[in-house]
Design a protein around this ligand. Structure first.
Ligand code: AMP
Length: 219
Protein backbone atom coordinates (compact mmCIF):
# COMPACT_ATOMS: atom_id res chain seq x y z
CA UNK A 1 0.00 0.00 0.00
CA UNK A 2 2.84 2.41 0.79
CA UNK A 3 4.06 1.67 -2.77
CA UNK A 4 0.78 2.96 -4.17
CA UNK A 5 0.89 6.11 -2.06
CA UNK A 6 4.51 6.81 -3.02
CA UNK A 7 3.73 6.27 -6.71
CA UNK A 8 0.79 8.70 -6.60
CA UNK A 9 2.87 11.29 -4.73
CA UNK A 10 5.77 10.92 -7.18
CA UNK A 11 3.54 11.25 -10.22
CA UNK A 12 1.22 14.03 -9.09
CA UNK A 13 2.72 15.58 -5.96
CA UNK A 14 0.70 16.12 -2.84
CA UNK A 15 -2.13 18.64 -2.80
CA UNK A 16 -1.86 20.38 0.54
CA UNK A 17 -4.41 22.66 2.10
CA UNK A 18 -2.85 25.85 3.36
CA UNK A 19 -6.14 26.84 4.92
CA UNK A 20 -5.63 29.04 7.98
CA UNK A 21 -8.29 30.77 10.03
CA UNK A 22 -8.73 34.45 9.19
CA UNK A 23 -7.70 36.28 12.34
CA UNK A 24 -7.07 39.68 10.80
CA UNK A 25 -8.61 42.41 12.93
CA UNK A 26 -10.20 45.33 11.09
CA UNK A 27 -11.78 48.24 12.93
CA UNK A 28 -13.16 49.91 9.76
CA UNK A 29 -16.33 47.80 9.32
CA UNK A 30 -17.56 49.54 6.12
CA UNK A 31 -14.24 49.04 4.48
CA UNK A 32 -14.16 45.43 5.63
CA UNK A 33 -17.65 44.71 4.23
CA UNK A 34 -16.70 46.18 0.84
CA UNK A 35 -13.49 44.16 0.75
CA UNK A 36 -15.36 41.00 1.69
CA UNK A 37 -17.99 41.55 -1.04
CA UNK A 38 -15.32 42.05 -3.68
CA UNK A 39 -13.44 39.00 -2.47
CA UNK A 40 -16.64 36.88 -2.57
CA UNK A 41 -17.33 38.00 -6.16
CA UNK A 42 -13.90 36.92 -7.30
CA UNK A 43 -13.97 33.60 -5.52
CA UNK A 44 -14.44 30.35 -7.41
CA UNK A 45 -17.90 28.84 -6.93
CA UNK A 46 -18.91 25.17 -7.14
CA UNK A 47 -20.74 26.00 -10.41
CA UNK A 48 -17.40 27.11 -11.89
CA UNK A 49 -15.98 23.63 -11.26
CA UNK A 50 -18.18 21.80 -13.80
CA UNK A 51 -19.74 19.54 -11.20
CA UNK A 52 -22.81 17.53 -12.24
CA UNK A 53 -26.17 19.23 -11.67
CA UNK A 54 -27.65 16.91 -8.99
CA UNK A 55 -24.56 17.40 -6.83
CA UNK A 56 -24.64 21.18 -7.30
CA UNK A 57 -28.27 21.16 -6.17
CA UNK A 58 -27.34 19.18 -3.05
CA UNK A 59 -24.43 21.52 -2.31
CA UNK A 60 -26.71 24.48 -2.70
CA UNK A 61 -29.20 22.91 -0.29
CA UNK A 62 -26.39 22.48 2.24
CA UNK A 63 -25.70 26.20 1.88
CA UNK A 64 -22.29 25.65 0.27
CA UNK A 65 -21.63 27.82 -2.78
CA UNK A 66 -17.86 28.23 -2.54
CA UNK A 67 -15.35 25.39 -2.33
CA UNK A 68 -12.87 25.41 0.52
CA UNK A 69 -9.20 25.72 -0.57
CA UNK A 70 -8.58 21.94 -0.54
CA UNK A 71 -11.78 21.40 -2.56
CA UNK A 72 -10.86 24.12 -5.05
CA UNK A 73 -7.45 22.54 -5.57
CA UNK A 74 -8.45 18.88 -5.60
CA UNK A 75 -11.82 18.71 -7.37
CA UNK A 76 -10.67 19.77 -10.88
CA UNK A 77 -7.85 17.18 -10.83
CA UNK A 78 -10.13 14.45 -9.51
CA UNK A 79 -12.84 15.28 -12.08
CA UNK A 80 -10.17 14.85 -14.74
CA UNK A 81 -9.67 11.29 -13.46
CA UNK A 82 -6.26 11.87 -11.88
CA UNK A 83 -4.95 9.97 -8.85
CA UNK A 84 -4.47 12.34 -5.93
CA UNK A 85 -2.81 12.43 -2.56
CA UNK A 86 -4.44 15.09 -0.39
CA UNK A 87 -3.10 16.44 2.85
CA UNK A 88 -5.52 18.54 4.88
CA UNK A 89 -6.73 19.04 8.43
CA UNK A 90 -10.10 17.88 9.70
CA UNK A 91 -12.44 20.82 9.27
CA UNK A 92 -10.90 21.83 5.93
CA UNK A 93 -13.71 20.22 3.94
CA UNK A 94 -11.52 17.31 2.83
CA UNK A 95 -14.36 14.76 2.93
CA UNK A 96 -16.36 16.65 0.31
CA UNK A 97 -13.11 17.14 -1.66
CA UNK A 98 -13.12 13.43 -2.49
CA UNK A 99 -16.84 12.61 -2.14
CA UNK A 100 -17.92 15.19 -4.76
CA UNK A 101 -15.62 13.84 -7.54
CA UNK A 102 -16.60 10.23 -6.73
CA UNK A 103 -20.30 11.10 -7.03
CA UNK A 104 -19.69 13.22 -10.11
CA UNK A 105 -18.09 10.25 -11.85
CA UNK A 106 -20.98 7.96 -10.89
CA UNK A 107 -23.57 10.55 -11.94
CA UNK A 108 -22.24 10.59 -15.52
CA UNK A 109 -23.59 7.05 -16.07
CA UNK A 110 -26.86 7.05 -18.01
CA UNK A 111 -28.41 4.60 -15.55
CA UNK A 112 -27.22 3.03 -12.32
CA UNK A 113 -26.57 -0.68 -12.23
CA UNK A 114 -26.07 -2.31 -8.85
CA UNK A 115 -22.34 -2.95 -9.17
CA UNK A 116 -19.89 -1.52 -6.64
CA UNK A 117 -17.97 1.24 -8.43
CA UNK A 118 -16.45 3.19 -5.55
CA UNK A 119 -14.80 2.11 -2.31
CA UNK A 120 -13.79 4.50 0.46
CA UNK A 121 -11.67 2.99 3.24
CA UNK A 122 -11.39 4.74 6.58
CA UNK A 123 -9.51 3.83 9.76
CA UNK A 124 -12.46 4.14 12.17
CA UNK A 125 -16.17 3.51 12.17
CA UNK A 126 -16.85 7.10 13.26
CA UNK A 127 -15.03 8.40 10.22
CA UNK A 128 -16.82 5.87 7.98
CA UNK A 129 -20.16 7.10 9.30
CA UNK A 130 -19.16 10.71 8.66
CA UNK A 131 -18.12 9.90 5.08
CA UNK A 132 -21.31 7.88 4.55
CA UNK A 133 -23.39 10.85 5.76
CA UNK A 134 -21.53 13.08 3.35
CA UNK A 135 -22.19 10.68 0.44
CA UNK A 136 -25.88 10.60 1.32
CA UNK A 137 -26.11 14.38 1.60
CA UNK A 138 -24.47 15.11 -1.75
CA UNK A 139 -26.20 12.23 -3.61
CA UNK A 140 -29.74 13.01 -2.46
CA UNK A 141 -30.76 13.97 -5.99
CA UNK A 142 -29.12 10.94 -7.61
CA UNK A 143 -31.99 8.45 -7.72
CA UNK A 144 -30.92 4.82 -7.60
CA UNK A 145 -27.53 5.57 -6.05
CA UNK A 146 -26.91 3.51 -2.89
CA UNK A 147 -24.11 3.59 -0.33
CA UNK A 148 -23.51 1.33 2.66
CA UNK A 149 -21.14 1.72 5.61
CA UNK A 150 -19.45 -1.63 6.41
CA UNK A 151 -17.86 -1.13 9.81
CA UNK A 152 -16.69 -3.38 12.61
CA UNK A 153 -18.72 -3.46 15.83
CA UNK A 154 -22.00 -3.07 13.90
CA UNK A 155 -24.47 -5.93 13.28
CA UNK A 156 -23.90 -7.94 10.10
CA UNK A 157 -27.60 -8.24 9.18
CA UNK A 158 -28.21 -4.72 7.88
CA UNK A 159 -24.90 -4.75 6.00
CA UNK A 160 -25.70 -8.10 4.34
CA UNK A 161 -29.20 -6.95 3.33
CA UNK A 162 -27.78 -3.80 1.72
CA UNK A 163 -25.11 -5.80 -0.11
CA UNK A 164 -27.72 -8.23 -1.44
CA UNK A 165 -29.76 -5.33 -2.85
CA UNK A 166 -26.63 -3.88 -4.47
CA UNK A 167 -24.68 -0.71 -3.68
CA UNK A 168 -22.54 1.46 -5.94
CA UNK A 169 -20.58 3.00 -3.07
CA UNK A 170 -19.07 1.21 -0.07
CA UNK A 171 -17.57 3.11 2.86
CA UNK A 172 -15.73 0.65 5.09
CA UNK A 173 -13.20 -0.07 7.76
CA UNK A 174 -10.67 -2.62 6.40
CA UNK A 175 -11.33 -5.57 8.75
CA UNK A 176 -15.09 -5.75 8.29
CA UNK A 177 -14.82 -5.24 4.54
CA UNK A 178 -12.39 -8.14 4.33
CA UNK A 179 -14.86 -10.34 6.26
CA UNK A 180 -17.51 -9.59 3.64
CA UNK A 181 -15.10 -10.13 0.75
CA UNK A 182 -13.95 -13.48 2.16
CA UNK A 183 -17.57 -14.56 2.60
CA UNK A 184 -18.24 -13.72 -1.06
CA UNK A 185 -20.66 -10.91 -0.23
CA UNK A 186 -18.68 -8.06 -1.79
CA UNK A 187 -17.60 -8.11 -5.42
CA UNK A 188 -14.99 -5.47 -6.27
CA UNK A 189 -14.44 -6.60 -9.86
CA UNK A 190 -16.21 -3.50 -11.26
CA UNK A 191 -14.44 -1.03 -8.97
CA UNK A 192 -13.50 2.27 -10.64
CA UNK A 193 -12.52 4.51 -7.72
CA UNK A 194 -10.65 3.77 -4.49
CA UNK A 195 -10.23 6.34 -1.73
CA UNK A 196 -7.94 5.72 1.24
CA UNK A 197 -9.13 8.27 3.79
CA UNK A 198 -6.48 9.02 6.43
CA UNK A 199 -4.16 6.45 4.85
CA UNK A 200 -1.35 7.32 7.27
CA UNK A 201 -3.58 6.56 10.25
CA UNK A 202 -4.66 3.24 8.70
CA UNK A 203 -0.99 2.29 8.38
CA UNK A 204 -0.32 3.36 11.99
CA UNK A 205 -3.24 1.21 13.12
CA UNK A 206 -1.74 -1.86 11.42
CA UNK A 207 -4.19 -2.16 8.51
CA UNK A 208 -1.52 -2.50 5.79
CA UNK A 209 -1.99 -6.28 5.32
CA UNK A 210 -5.78 -6.01 5.26
CA UNK A 211 -5.62 -3.22 2.70
CA UNK A 212 -3.23 -5.21 0.51
CA UNK A 213 -5.67 -8.16 0.65
CA UNK A 214 -8.55 -5.83 -0.29
CA UNK A 215 -6.54 -4.45 -3.21
CA UNK A 216 -6.04 -8.01 -4.49
CA UNK A 217 -9.84 -8.31 -4.82
CA UNK A 218 -9.98 -5.10 -6.92
CA UNK A 219 -9.17 -4.91 -10.66
P1 AMP B 1 -14.19 17.87 6.93
O1 AMP B 1 -12.91 18.61 6.88
O2 AMP B 1 -14.39 17.01 5.73
O3 AMP B 1 -14.36 17.10 8.22
O4 AMP B 1 -15.40 18.95 6.85
C1 AMP B 1 -15.63 19.88 7.88
C2 AMP B 1 -16.99 20.56 7.76
O5 AMP B 1 -16.99 21.49 6.68
C3 AMP B 1 -18.18 19.63 7.53
O6 AMP B 1 -19.15 19.93 8.48
C4 AMP B 1 -18.68 19.98 6.16
O7 AMP B 1 -20.07 19.85 6.08
C5 AMP B 1 -18.24 21.43 6.01
N1 AMP B 1 -17.99 21.81 4.61
C6 AMP B 1 -17.58 21.01 3.59
N2 AMP B 1 -17.46 21.71 2.46
C7 AMP B 1 -17.77 23.00 2.74
C8 AMP B 1 -17.84 24.21 1.97
N3 AMP B 1 -17.50 24.24 0.70
N4 AMP B 1 -18.20 25.33 2.59
C9 AMP B 1 -18.51 25.33 3.90
N5 AMP B 1 -18.48 24.23 4.68
C10 AMP B 1 -18.12 23.07 4.12
Amino acid sequence: MTDILSAIAAENGIIESTDTPNTTANTDTNNQAATTDAAEENKVTFSDLNIAKPILTALDRSGYTHPTPIQEQAIPFALAGRDLLLSAQTGSGKTAAFVIPVLDRLSRATSFDKLTKALILTPTRELAQQVHDSVRTYSKDMRGLFCVPLVGGAPYNGQITALKKGVQVIVATPGRLLDHINAGRVDLSSLEVLVLDEADRMLDMGFADDINDILKAAP
